[in-house]
Design a protein around this ligand. Structure first.
Ligand SMILES: Nc1ncnc2c1ncn2[C@@H]1O[C@H](COP(=O)(O)OP(=O)(O)OP(=O)(O)O)[C@@H](O)[C@H]1O
Ligand SMILES: [Mg+2]
Length: 1250
């Protein structure tokens, strides 16, 4: 896309350059930097690519493209030139427009010989008939390329374009060509037709610098060169989507193949680079060495003569990059395989293989590195000067690898080539059959065996195929022996067929590699390099075919350049004086007429039953073409009484466009038939060699085909017709090659030889038509589309019809009326100058429009950019301001916070200091006051308390005692008797009592409750109280000296007393017994140690109990372990736990009021053990057991054990009536209240209990 969009803007300055200042657009040579030596940057226009980059939108760019391409893909001037539009102003072409900017000044004599010219060119003045002569010329003077080109074109002695020839004559034309040739200028134009004269020596005009010089050049701005036409064709193809064909014609050795290679290499050089593209280019270029090796040979006329016709369609993508191609080959001269005249050679490949093949390869192919060994190589050593066969063989192998041949394919190809070569050495000897008939056999089996080994074939099969022939007579097959000559015929036919089919395979294989994938849109450039016109001493069928092909090409040339041009004037109603030229249609018709053409006659003879030979054929020709202008034979001449000894019998002569050629009809029928005996193709098909086998599909016995293959002549005619059709669809470009001498001598110009070619190539007619006609024509519609911007009336839209629009447009431009002609459908412009002027104006206008578009676009873009920048700037500044403000705010906040913090800190510290001072003051004051108060108190104490403490205490006690005993502490007033109030007791008596008490205090034993009696009655209450106080004090003292164990025992005892005191008779007995807890000696008795493990908790009590069986009342001994969480009953013998009860499962306990050890433990019914009913135990330490159980439960669950001490026991559910008779237990309860019977009941229970 970019390429297309940018392209107009790249081209534009170039046009400007030329238009504005006349300076050639100078290219940068590789590595020359921006200002290469000699390059003068155009002052009128900046370097296109260094301009401010035009980043246009698709629309703008498309508009520019549209404008510059003439809208909608309309072609530029070249499109309308057809085959004839590249003339130029005679005075300043190709440096159009006039470098001096001179006004248009047509010469009055223009119609006759010259062209209109401006009045300012240094080389000519208006009206000058020979403007070119005045141009000073100095060959070899360093000039810019365009100047050189101009000089070359204007040099009267050697004009570059023969259209400028003055005077126009054969001699002048020949002289010009010779003069140019002597200056090593081998290329000359006739308009856009390039004439190339073979220099037979390498010239330094094909360098990369030259490629660069001609790349994208103006056709007339540079010296005539084959690169110019190649560039023009390539640019037309790339930029205007016109398929091109390059027709290279000329006789053998004129340089057609070289020219085709130069065109291909130029296109490869100027098309873009890239890995994939380069690969395609390489493959296309490398097809030449391979095809040349197999299809070229040395002839007398040319050391590298193409013995086949080649037409190569190179396909390009939309950008102009080569994608691939297709090669078509035409009629290989296969007779060369078996025969070539002295001084010529067979196909190059044989010599290359023998010279360049390694010893190992040759051994594998069973070949000898000696050309003189091989019959098909004429048994002569053949080394060509200047041609290195060995190097060429290596180059061919490399080329094959590049194209994509696999090593196996190369080997197979060489094997088949070797087979062909070796077939020439198969010698036959004659023998006679029993019937006396002549037969043939292999004279020397060695060669045959080697061939058979090479292709994997039974030698006898090959021998039979070569020496005999199967003839079908009705349904029977009869094997007939062949004579020696027939055998040799078979051998040669086989060799020719193998080789020609191998060549076809080779072309197919190359096509497989270079073929473009279907589906891609392509542009095509066809390059035709076909064998040139040939006139030999002895011309056969091949020459006839070759010359026919050249005749057709000439016809195309005539049709497209001369005839078509003239016919068009007539068609368009343009006044025109016809130019005489030779039309070769009559010769083409003589050969190809489908009914009475020579080829049709030949086919008829080939297919006709009966006796058929060359004599019948020529007789027929003589009859039919007796009066034909271009046909002669001995017979027809005789009929006209003309004697010509150069025309023998069995020969006919055709007056070709290029001269008279005498053809010998010998071999015509056989070569046209081109039949191969079925035995031979079957033998080849029987070979194991895959490639060889594939070349003979008709040899498959499964596919017998009775249909005769088409004759060689008809095949060739058909393929030539296809080729012509193909060429007609493309825009032709002509390269007409001329051979300067017959001896291949470098730079030797033989005028006679060249003149003959000039004549038959019709160059004079070509020049005449070019000079007489209109240089340019185009349909009105594309013309108007392209140039409508030149008039304000037609721009931007013309509403009328196209012709009127064109007339209006051109009228406004004020061209001289003789310069223009209006046809029915086309506008005709006589001189290129007018066209160039139009183009110049258009380019200027387009430049203006482009500038306008650019300016508008740039303005729009700048405005957009400005608006965008403004928007962005506002956004950025808003963000920035916001950001700055936020930052400022944050900073301020931070500062304020800091200040605040400092201020608060300062205030706080100040406050703290004050508070500290205050506290210290307080502290100091408190300390002082404490000290002071302490001091005061101590002083007071010392003063008042210590000194009178005894007194005060006794007074206090006295007072207390007195107040409590109703005694007055104060005596009645003096002289008064005891009043009615409490009596007065003197304190001495109280003191005496207390002192006496102190001295007679009872012992400190807690159980001692003795206390001295009160001496006075009034002291009895006080005495009693003191006794109590003393006792409590004694108990306190006692408690204080108890150990924790003793304290626990006491607590247990206390708990027991709370539980049982005055409730159960057994309690009284238990008072004497210490609570030991562990009665089993678990630690000493090893047997019981595992029990401890069962009850992992802390052991609270362990003793031996008896369990009363609920079923029968029997007792069983059990060990009881009470831990902080469990109650375990175990078998004393086995020391095995029988029952492990969680304390939380115990719901309560019941004991009797009596002195028995029976304990009923009520279990929760939800527990595992509780389901069986309550547990009835008899314990020797019941009080302790229940007490500890109660305490443990309290510790564990903070809940007291629900204990029932009852006279009456309701009994558990499971209690059997028989075992505990009704009323027995209950009677116990009743007994308490009622006497013996109750007691007896409890006793019974106690008895059960143990
Ligand atoms: N431009 C050239 N510069 C130098 N030598 C050239 C040029 N063109 C042709 N030659 C020489 O002329 C010889 C013959 O040229 P070329 O093979 O192209 O002829 P041709 O026209 O293809 O002949 P044919 O019809 O036999 O194939 C070349 O081998 C080469 O030596
Ligand atoms: Mg050739």
């Amino acid at each position: 896309m970019t390429v297309f969009l940018m392209r107009p803007f790249v081209l534009l300055p170039s046009a400007h350059c030329r238009a504005l200042c006349g300076q050639p657009r100078l290219r940068r040579l590789p590595g020359s930097g921006p200002a290469a030596a000699g390059s003068v940057p155009c002052p009128g226009f900046p370097e296109p690519r260094e301009e401010a980059p035009f980043v246009c939108s698709a629309t703008i760019a498309f508009l520019c493209l549209f404008l510059l391409r003439g809208g909608g893909g309309a072609a530029g001037p070249r499109a309308g030139l057809g085959a004839s539009a590249r003339g130029g102003c005679r005075c300043c072409v190709p440096q159009f427009p006039c470098p001096e900017g001179g006004p248009w000044a047509p010469a009055p004599s223009w119609a006759g010989r010259g062209r209109p010219q401006c009045g300012s060119c240094p080389g000519g003045s208006p009206g000058s008939a020979t403007p070119a002569t005045g141009v000073p010329q100095a060959a070899g003077t360093a000039q810019p390329p365009a100047m050189e080109a101009t000089a070359s074109l204007l040099d009267a002695a050697a004009v570059g374009d023969l259209v400028m020839l003055d005077p126009l004559s054969e001699e002048a034309l020949l002289r010009t060509l010779q003069e140019r040739f002597s200056r090593e200028e081998i290329y000359t134009y006739i308009g856009e037709v390039v004439i190339s004269v073979n220099p037979y020596k390498p010239l330094p005009i094909y360098t990369p610098e030259k490629v660069e010089e001609y790349h994208d050049c103006n056709f007339f701005a540079v010296k005539p060169h084959i690169y110019a036409i190649a560039d023009d064709a390539y640019c037309s193809l790339r930029d205007r989507d016109q398929d091109q064909c390059i027709l290279i014609t000329g006789e053998s050795g004129a340089g057609k193949t070289e020219a085709s290679k130069l065109v291909m290499s130029y296109v490869a050089a100027v098309s873009s680079k890239g890995e994939e593209v380069d690969k395609v280019k390489e493959q296309l270029l490398q097809s030449n060495p391979v095809l040349e090796a197999f299809g070229n040979a040395k002839t007398i006329r040319n050391d590298n003569s193409s013995r086949f016709g080649k037409y190569m369609d190179v396909e390009f993508d939309f950008k102009g990059d080569p994608l691939g191609g297709v090669i078509s080959n035409y009629l290989l001269e296969k007779s060369r395989i078996v025969h070539h005249v002295k001084g010529e050679r067979n196909f190059h490949i044989f010599y290359q293989l023998l010279a360049g093949g390694s010893a190992q390869l040759l051994q594998k192919l069973k070949l000898r590195p000696d050309c003189s060994h091989y019959g098909y190589l004429n048994r002569e050593k053949s080394v060509l000067p200047g041609m290195d066969d060995a190097a060429n063989f290596r180059a061919m192998q490399d080329a094959m690898a590049i194209i994509g041949f696999t090593p196996a394919e190369v080997t197979a190809l060489l094997e088949v080539t070797a087979v062909v070569l070796k077939l020439g050495n198969v010698e036959l000897s004659s023998c006679f059959q029993a019937s006396g008939m002549e037969a043939s056999s292999i004279a020397e089996p060695q060669e045959l065996q080697e061939i058979s080994q090479l292709v994997g074939l039974d030698p006898s099969t090959l021998e039979q195929a070569l020496c005999s022939r199967t003839v079908k007579v009705r349904d029977e097959s009869v094997l007939t022996a062949l004579s020696v000559s027939q055998g040799y015929y078979c051998r040669d036919a086989l060799a020719k067929n193998i080789y020609s089919r191998l060549f076809d395979w080779l072309v197919d294989r190359i096509n497989t590699s270079i073929r473009v994938k279907p589906g891609e849109q392509r542009k095509v450039m066809g390059v035709l390099d076909i064998y040139g016109f040939e006139i030999f001493q002895d011309n056969g069928f091949e020459q006839f075919i070759i010359n026919y092909c050249n005749e057709k090409l000439q016809q195309i040339f005539i049709l497209m350049t001369l005839k078509e041009e003239q016919e068009e004037y007539v068609r368009e109603g343009i006044q025109w004086t016809p130019v005489e030229f030779f039309d070769n249609s009559i010769i083409c018709d003589l050969i190809e007429n489908s009914k009475v053409g020579i080829l049709a006659m030949l086919d008829e003879e080939c297919l006709r039953p009966g006796t058929v030979n060359e004599d019948t054929f020529i007789t027929k020709l003589n009859q039919i073409f007796a009066s034909h202008k271009h046909y002669e034979s001995k017979e027809t001449l005789n009929a006209k009484h003309v004697t010509d000894i150069s025309l023998p019998l069995r020969c006919f002569r055709i007056h070709h466009y290029a001269g008279k050629v005498t053809y010998n009809v010998t071999g015509f029928i056989e070569k046209n038939n081109d039949l191969l005996f079925r035995d031979l193709s079957q033998a080849m098909w029987a070979a194991q060699h895959t490639l060889l086998r594939s070349l003979f599909p008709e040899g498959d016995p499964q596919r017998p085909s009775l249909k005769l293959p088409p004759t060689t002549g008809s095949q060739f005619k058909a393929s030539v017709a296809t080729l012509m059709k193909n060429l007609y669809t493309k825009n032709p470009n002509y390269i007409r090659c001329i051979k300067p001498n017959d001896t291949k001598t470098a730079m030797l110009f033989t005028p006679d030889l060249v003149l003959a070619q000039v004549r038959y190539l019709g160059l004079m007619e070509n020049v005449r038509v070019r000079r007489a006609g209109y240089a340019f024509r185009q349909l009105y519609q594309p013309f108007l589309k392209r140039y409508k911007m030149l008039s304000s009336r037609t721009w931007p839209h013309w509403m009328g019809n196209d012709r009127e629009g064109t007339e209006v447009l051109l009228a406004e431009l004020q061209f001289p009326p003789e310069e223009l002609a209006y046809g029915h459908t086309k506008i005709f412009i006589r001189s290129p100058q007018t066209l160039f002027d139009l183009e110049k104006r258009r380019q200027q206008r387009v430049a203006e429009l482009a500038t306008l578009i650019q300016a508008t676009f740039r303005g729009w873009r700048c405005r957009k950019q400005y608006q965008q920048m403004r928007k962005s700037q506002i956004l950025i500044s808003a963000w920035f301001r916001g950001h700055a403000q936020r930052n400022r705010y944050k900073q301020m906040k931070r500062s304020v916070l800091l200040l605040q913090a400092y201020a608060r800190g300062w205030k706080s510290r100040r406050l703290l200091r004050e508070l500290k001072v205050q506290r210290r003051r307080h502290l100091a004051a408190s300390t002082i006051s404490a000290y002071w108060k302490g001091y005061q108190t101590r002083r007071m104490y010392r003063r008042y308390f210590r000194s009178n403490a005894r007194m005060r205490l006794s007074n206090f006690i006295y007072r207390r005692m007195v107040s409590s005993d109703g005694i007055s502490a104060s005596p009645p007033p003096r002289g008064c008797a005891q009043g009615p109030g409490p009596p007065f007791v003197p304190p001495a008596q109280v003191q005496k009592y207390l002192i006496g008490l102190r001295n007679n205090l009872p012992p400190m034993a807690v159980l001692d409750r003795t206390w001295p009696p009160a001496p006075y009655k009034f002291l009895s209450d006080a005495n009693q109280e003191l006794k109590g106080i003393f006792y409590l004090w004694k108990c306190k003292k006692y408690r204080e000296q108890l150990s924790p164990q003793q304290r626990a025992v006491l607590q247990a005892k206390l708990c027991a007393s709370e539980l049982f005191k005055d409730k159960k008779a057994l309690y009284a007995h238990s008072l004497q017994q210490p609570f030991r807890g562990e009665y089993l000696g678990l630690t000493q008795n090893r047997k019981y140690q595992k029990l401890q493990a069962v009850a992992k908790d802390k052991l609270v009590m362990a003793e031996a109990v008896q369990k009363v069986n609920r079923a029968n009342g029997k007792k069983v001994p059990r060990l009881l372990l009470l831990t902080t969480e469990h109650l375990v009953l175990a078998d004393p013998k086995a020391a095995q736990p029988k029952l492990v009860l969680s304390l939380s499962d115990i719901r309560g306990a019941s004991v009797s009021r009596f002195s028995d050890g029976l304990l009923a433990l009520h279990l929760k019914e939800t527990s595992a053990a509780g389901g069986k009913g309550d547990l009835l135990l008899v314990s020797p330490h019941l009080i302790e057991l229940v007490t500890r159980l109660h305490q443990t439960l309290m510790d564990a669950t903070a809940q007291a054990l629900p204990l029932s001490i009852v006279d009456q026991y309701a009994g558990p559910r499971a209690w059997p009536t028989w075992a505990f008779p009704e009323g027995a237990w209950a009677g116990g309860g009743v007994a308490t209240a009622q006497g013996v019977s109750g007691r007896a009941g409890w006793n019974r229970a106690a008895h059960w209990a143990g």
